[in-house]
Structures are given as C-alpha cells and as structure tokens.
Design a protein around this ligand. Structure first.
Ligand SMILES: [Zn+2]
Length: 169
C-alpha cells in the first residue's frame, strides 16, 4: 500500500477536515501556547484532552503516548518549556488504561516471537495507576532539565465519568 492509497479512513478524515477547514478562523495564532502549559497524557482514544480540559487551538501543548509516561514525553517537555515558554505541567493518566494490562517482558516476548526482533523496548507499562502518576510527577520534579519552580501536578481521568481527580504526591 502506498501513502496515496485512499483507504476508508483517509476518505473519512479528509471529508471531516474539509468541513473543519471551511469554517476555520484561527490561522494566525502564535506558535507558543497561549495558556503556557503542557499536558502529558495517554493516547487512549476515549480521552479527548481538548474537550475534557477546555482547550482551544493555540492554548496548550498536549503530549500523548501509551500510558502518558513522563519518561517518554521528556524530550517534548524540554522543547515545550525551553523553546516555547510553557510554565506548568499536568500529568494525566486514566482508569482502565491498557498499560495496566500487560508487563513489559510479555510485550517484549510477543515482538520477539512475531518479528524475530531481539531489540528491547522499554514499554513503560505499570501495575498501579496512582503510583504511575506519582512516579511520573516525581520523575519530572527530579529532572535536572526542568526548572524547580515549574508547577507539576498529577491527575487521574476517569473514562467512566469524564472527571479528573488529583493524585497527591
Ligand atoms: Zn491509557
């Protein structure tokens, strides 16, 4: 399949985008996020940070990966703060996260079996949701490339209710 093959998904997203662009009025927003903050969160399809947190285009950086792990996001956090002026971080993990359902070793075995690949990836899975949030807030607070005065808070988003609740470190 080439990049230009019109899959069903491509048809759907290009149609949706045409609709979005037809009434688009935010073409002159500045590059740095207007509300000067960064969200580190999971890629889970049930979590829509813009809707759940009231974000408009241009407001904030949303860094997403499997689990919303800070270690994976650090590169982007540095760019966000040092080049684009963000001054606060919210780490948001969520209930029913897929990262709670497997161990790194298991996924490593699957990849090895299916692809014959011995290369080890740190998948950053976690068995305890509250702890993963605390660990990631701690990881960022202790990072030598993040200024100590940057507020970093930890949260759990509930996919069942749409609510976020704080996790105290
Ligand atoms: Zn997740």
């Amino acid at each position: 399949m080439t990049a230009t093959t019109e899959t069903k998904i491509i048809k759907e997203v290009t149609a949706a985008n045409a609709k979005y662009a037809a009434s688009f009025t935010k073409g002159s927003l500045p590059l740095p996020p207007g509300r000067k903050f960064t969200v580190v969160t999971c890629m889970d399809a049930r979590l829509d940070p813009a809707k759940a947190l009231g974000l408009e285009e241009g407001d904030a950086h949303v860094i997403r990966n499997a689990g919303g792990r800070a270690k994976d996001a650090l590169r982007s956090v540095i760019i966000s703060q040092q080049l684009l002026g963000t001054e606060e971080v919210l780490v948001i993990h969520h209930t029913d996260c897929g990262m709670l359902t497997f161990k790194d070793e298991e996924l490593h075995e699957i990849v090895k079996e299916r692809f014959g690949n011995e290369e080890y990836h740190e998948f950053l899975s976690f068995p305890d949701l509250e702890k993963s949030v605390k660990d990631d807030v701690e990881f960022l607070r202790e990072s030598k490339v993040i200024k100590s005065e940057i507020p970093i808070s930890g949260w759990i988003y509930e996919v069942e209710t749409g609510k976020i609740r704080p996790v105290k470190n």
